[in-house]
Ligand binder design. Structure first.
Ligand SMILES: CC(C)(COP(=O)(O)OP(=O)(O)OC[C@H]1O[C@@H](n2cnc3c(N)ncnc32)[C@H](O)[C@@H]1OP(=O)(O)O)[C@@H](O)C(=O)NCCC(=O)NCCS
Length: 144
């Protein structure tokens, strides 16, 4: 049975592997440091999915509360990866369910996620679990 639990600091090495699968290779130390900060945050939550004996992590999800001037506060999924060997077995859906339940407990009524147009399976996934595509954007970035 797949169980959801809160991410712990000692999950950093496995989260680093999953981030590499998502296309974000990182030094393990960098993920450890960021994770420590994220776990202190009141507005961010991270969950893992895995078997009930906690013998491995099959996927993780991060979500945050976002407050903008333009709209009511909402929750945004900021990261989601299921291990490539564990996909299509319902783990992504279970992780998103847990994130939605967290958002509801926060008093939020909208969950949003941005996904690169190149991630074709993620678009089929979100459509398959009831999310509607709202818009397509370009992302701009500048190193300063
Ligand atoms: C997107 C991702 C998280 C989905 O996780 P998953 O555990 O494989 O998804 P689930 O098994 O819970 O799928 C739930 C439903 O989504 C749909 N779905 C998921 N993957 C699909 C695919 N590749 N093709 C078609 N439909 C798909 C189906 O409707 C599925 O229900 P079903 O299996 O009963 O038909 C996973 O493919 C992944 O980690 N991809 C790489 C990283 C990524 O793109 N992350 C999202 C970044 S925003």
């Amino acid at each position: 049975m797949t169980v959801i639990r809160a991410v712990r600091t000692d999950d950093a090495p496995r989260l680093t592997e999953l981030l590499t699968q998502l296309g974000y290779p990182n030094e393990p130390g960098a993920v450890t440091n960021r994770l420590a900060e994220l776990l202190e945050s009141d507005t961010q939550r991270l969950f893992t999915a895995g078997p009930d004996d906690d013998s491995r992590i099959d996927g993780y999800l991060s979500i945050e509360r976002r407050l903008l001037l333009a709209e009511d506060e909402y929750a945004e999924i900021t990261g989601l990866v299921v291990d490539s060997t564990a996909r299509r077995s319902g783990i992504g859906r279970i992780l998103v369910d847990a994130a939605e339940q967290w958002a509801v407990r926060q008093g939020l009524h909208t969950v949003m996620v941005r996904s690169n147009v190149a991630r074709s399976e993620s678009h089929r996934f979100y459509a398959g679990i009831g999310y509607q595509r709202k818009k397509t954007s370009h992302v701009y970035r500048k190193e300063i």
